[in-house]
Write a protein that binds this ligand. Structure first.
Ligand code: ZN
Length: 252
């Protein structure tokens, strides 16, 4: 089965890992921009450029189509973030990026909210999807705030992926007709949880959020697919979670 890993930092993976990902069935990925501690807007601009050119080509050499998402992550908001917003817009206007991401809330402060609002307004203006990060603490209030900001930005909730969703937050995401991104990582969601709560998860976008600086697994989605198939979940449903939903929401 072809797999679309809907949220990765595959640009940080070495070539041999990209090859393994493809051998395991991954044929498409979303790569999300993220530079920890970036202080200058130009740092992000160079990073976006690197993702859209060098990294996209490198990943595609391994049989994995790469869709680039650009944005200001809450953990790397530069001092002069308005300039960085202009750079995000440039990449959308030039059709270099598929969407906005990874953006979101982490510490839930006012500055993060302003940065998120500005980026979701761009998502609306350019009719592109957005991948929105949620933190590992204060999870429910983070999702509630994101929904409010998205309403203010008048963004299309059918293209709003609220990511790192789990059992505690998936209800709010679904009630608001947003899309649940589900990262298979210890402490967030396990393959067992997917099987036990299939009704909640079948409309979601599975992903690994793999990055070489975190405890993540670049094969998390193929391993989950294998597990849930073994548990007897219908192939049609599995395909929706690991491929079809991402194609539809990302419009690719
Ligand atoms: Zn991420």
């Amino acid at each position: 089965m072809d797999i679309f890993d809907s949220h990765t930092h595959a640009n940080t993976m070495q070539n041999s890992v990209l090859e393994l990902m493809n051998v395991a069935g991954i044929t498409e990925v979303a790569i999300c921009s993220f530079i920890p501690l970036a202080k200058n807007p130009e740092t992000l601009k160079d990073h976006f450029e690197e993702l859209c050119t060098f990294q996209k080509e490198r990943i595609e050499k391994y049989g994995i189509e790469a869709h680039v998402f650009v944005g200001i992550h809450p953990l790397c908001i530069p001092e002069n973030w308005k300039k960085a917003i202009e750079f995000v817009e440039e990449f959308l206007a030039e059709d270099m990026a598929t969407g906005i991401g990874e953006v979101g809330l982490h510490f839930l402060n006012e500055r993060e909210e302003d940065v998120l609002l500005n980026q979701l307004e761009l998502a609306r203006e350019y009719s592109v999807p957005a991948i929105v990060h949620t933190p590992s603490t204060n999870r429910v209030s983070a999702v509630e705030k994101i929904v409010k900001i998205a309403e203010k930005a008048k963004v299309d909730f059918g293209s709003l992926v609220i990511d790192h969703t789990s059992i505690d937050t998936i209800g709010i995401v679904k009630e608001n007709n947003a899309i649940a991104g589900v990262s298979i990582k210890p402490g967030i969601v396990t393959p067992e949880m997917i099987v036990e709560n299939l009704d909640d998860f079948e409309d979601c976008l599975l992903n690994s959020d793999c990055a070489n600086v975190t405890d993540t697994d670049p094969l998390a989605v193929p391993k989950t697919v294998r597990y849930i198939m073994r548990e007897g979940i219908e192939k049609k449903i599995v395909k929706r979670m690991c491929f079809d939903n991402a194609k539809k929401v990302y419009k690719v």
